[in-house]
Write a protein that binds this ligand. Structure first.
Ligand SMILES: NC(=O)c1ccc[n+]([C@@H]2O[C@H](COP(=O)([O-])OP(=O)(O)OC[C@H]3O[C@@H](n4cnc5c(N)ncnc54)[C@H](O)[C@@H]3O)[C@@H](O)[C@H]2O)c1
Ligand SMILES: O=C(O)C[C@H](O)C(=O)O
Ligand SMILES: [Mg+2]
Length: 602
């Protein structure tokens, strides 16, 4: 079935600016207090420096005799790891992609388990190569194979069996300070469905991006799996499955356990920002509504995705050589009216309805195979009009029919269905009303993308602009040019949203903070980038864009008066910072991996 959503107008600044960020590495790293000695330090990845412990530190910490005598520098350790990584790449050449990706994940994971500082150094310096391993798409494969890959726990695991005891269990976490929490119940992992406890890979991957992109101190992040059972029959029958082997809790039982966990988290770390990730549709909106006015939390799939998609949609308008206000004239077919699809729609509506001076309506055509009628969350701004009927469309029109009749400017997939933008659908995009039709195949991981980059350029035409949730190689076009692939992934926003909320001490994450994030991303790209079909920064500059987004979110929190004092800087000081000073401030707050001198305290 289809629905037409009519929204009003767009309030978006066409503010194209970039700042270069000064390096934030302090010249002398601050000391780090450690309460352990000897072998316990070597076995703690937060403090371990492997062969990098200087002799004086080995003396002071009781490490003499526990390490080979030669001290290896951080740079040498880095080189050594990269060499073994490169030789793994060489040795696995020609093997199936999944095998290679998992081998790469294993070598990185082993380092993560052993020496966090070195791990984050190699991750940050090689983010372009390593993001597809620790994040989408390989993280999906890791979740699917979690029982076999499991070696050491990471993060916290709460289960339905912990009901009534979460407040005390929370104190089992060894760190007294936590800044960022990513929480999942494993019910909708990427486009892979219900993976139960195996979904823990997602919060881990998201928090790795928080460290890499937002410079959150890895000692202050906490991935959480809330295991309320699984409805995945294959997992329930698997004797090696590591989660609860029972059906998911439902209704009141479910929500009361999430309530308890949220209360416990807030009690112990009242200033932490909590990101909900990969919850199935029926709980994603409900939990967001339930907690967003009470805790500093947001739902990445609904809100982070919306901001990224909206920034892309605004880029599409610019790529057509039109002013941003022309967004209201775009026809956008969205496939998948789930958390992400409806999130995009809601945010577009909010942004557009903030603009005055035009009565024109951008047109969203929402297609979903499961839901009929208008979803209550978008009902206030949904309207089935005569105009739609006059296009020859009806309830139940299929995707191809809709694309043929509507001739959309943008085809946006958030359905989780791999290949649904098939040859016919893509060919129909050749008749788009846009000189540069846009195709966003945003579902993850790669096999679940609505189409590949190569197919988009081949069937829809070489003039299309393309974005995908998972990375694809750029495409060599027949005209000798390059078909550029944008990674349309919420990784460009969630780290900045979390960072901005954290540094502002925000009590809650408001709509205007989220809109500020999206506008910041939209305005980040230069006109030249846009003309090349680039709507998002390269992943190599993810720290740079995250600092900008973080600053924009922080400033919005201050303006909305939800900011609170956090450490030495409070809302008053923040309010007096210029935009550039805020970016600078945010940048200086980012953690960067260096070995800190360890100071032992009993
Ligand atoms: N790129 C990103 O940053 C990003 C962010 C969030 C979600 N996603 C991806 O988007 C997908 C959906 O996520 P979600 O949270 O909205 O999930 P969801 O389960 O809430 O929504 C998916 C929707 O697609 C619909 N659908 C399924 N098959 C369909 C079909 N053949 N035709 C039309 N509709 C169909 C379902 O009925 C459902 O309503 C996932 O693959 C996820 O990985 C990507
Ligand atoms: O995890 C990602 O890569 C993006 C998004 O949050 C998703 O659920 O697909
Ligand atoms: Mg997600």
């Amino acid at each position: 079935m289809w629905r037409r959503i009519v929204v009003r107008s767009a309030a978006v600044t066409e503010n194209i600016r970039r700042f270069s960020i000064a390096a934030s590495t302090p010249s002398i790293p601050s000391p780090c207090i450690v309460h352990k000695r000897g072998a316990d330090i070597l076995h703690d990845p937060w403090f371990n420096k492997d062969t990098g412990f200087p002799l004086t530190e080995r003396d002071r910490l009781g490490l003499r005799g526990l390490l080979p005598p030669r001290v290896i520098s951080f740079e040498q350790q880095y080189e050594r790891f990269m060499k073994s990584y490169r030789s793994l790449e060489k040795n696995t050449e020609g093997q199936p992609d999944n095998i290679v990706s998992l081998a790469k994940w294993r070598i990185l994971n082993r380092l993560h388990d052993r020496n966090e500082t070195l791990y984050y150094k190699v991750l940050i310096d090689n983010i372009q190569d390593f993001a597809p391993i620790i994040y989408t798409p390989t993280v999906g494969l890791v979740c699917q194979n979690y029982s076999g890959l499991f070696r050491r726990p990471r993060g916290m695991y709460f289960s339905a069996k912990d009901k009534g005891e979460m407040m005390s269990i929370i104190y089992n976490w060894p760190a007294s300070e936590v800044d960022m929490i990513v929480l999942t119940d494993g019910s909708r992992i990427l486009g892979l469905g219900d993976l139960g406890v195996q979904g823990i890979g997602i919060p881990i991957g998201k928090l790795d991006m928080y460290v890499a992109a937002a410079g959150i101190n890895p000692q202050r992040v906490l991935p959480i799996m809330l295991d309320v059972g699984t409805n995945n029959e294959k997992l329930l029958e698997d004797p090696l499955y590591l989660g609860l082997r029972e059906q998911r809790l439902e209704g009141e039982e479910y929500i009361s356990i999430v309530d308890e966990l949220m209360e416990a988290l807030h009690k112990r770390w009242p200033k932490a920002v909590i990101q909900f990730e990969d919850f199935q549709f029926k709980w994603a909106f409900e939990t967001l509504q339930r907690y967003r006015k009470k805790y500093c939390m947001f739902n990445d799939d609904i809100q982070g995705t919306a901001g990224v998609a909206l920034a892309g949609l605004l880029g599409v308008v610019r790529a057509q050589g039109r002013p941003i206000s022309d967004f209201v004239n775009q026809k956008i077919v969205v496939v998948g009216a789930g958390s992400a699809g409806l999130g995009v729609l809601k945010m577009a509506y909010q942004v557009v309805s903030g603009m005055t001076g035009t009565t024109a309506n951008p047109q969203f055509y929402l297609i979903d195979k499961n839901r009929s009628g208008v979803d209550p969350s978008v009902a206030p701004f949904a309207k089935v009009t005569d105009e739609v009927k006059s296009l020859g469309l009806r309830e139940g029109s299929d995707l191809l029919e809709v694309v043929k009749k509507v001739k959309p400017h943008v085809l946006l997939g958030l359905s989780g269905v791999g290949g649904i933008f098939n040859e016919q659908v893509l060919k129909a995009m050749r008749d788009s009303n846009s000189p540069k039709p846009a195709i966003f195949a945003m579902s993850n991981p790669t096999d679940n993308a609505e189409c590949t980059a190569a197919d988009a350029f081949k069937h829809a035409g070489e003039n299309v602009v393309f974005g995908s949730g998972s990375p694809f190689e750029n495409v060599e076009l027949e005209n000798g040019k390059i078909g550029y692939v944008n990674q349309a992934n919420n990784m460009y926003l969630f780290p900045g949203i979390g960072l901005g909320a954290l540094l502002s001490g925000a009590q809650i994450v408001t709509d205007s903070m989220l809109q500020a994030a999206s506008e910041c991303l939209a305005s980040y790209m230069t006109e030249e980038d846009i003309q090349k079909g680039k709507f998002y920064p390269s992943i190599g500059s993810i720290r740079d864009i995250t600092a900008e987004v973080g600053a924009a979110v922080l400033r919005a929190a201050v303006v909305e008066e939800v900011a609170e004092r956090r450490g030495e800087v409070g809302p008053n000081e923040l309010a007096h910072m210029s935009k550039e000073e805020t970016v600078e401030y945010v940048t200086t707050k980012m953690w960067y991996p260096v070995y800190s001198p360890l100071v032992h305290e009993k």
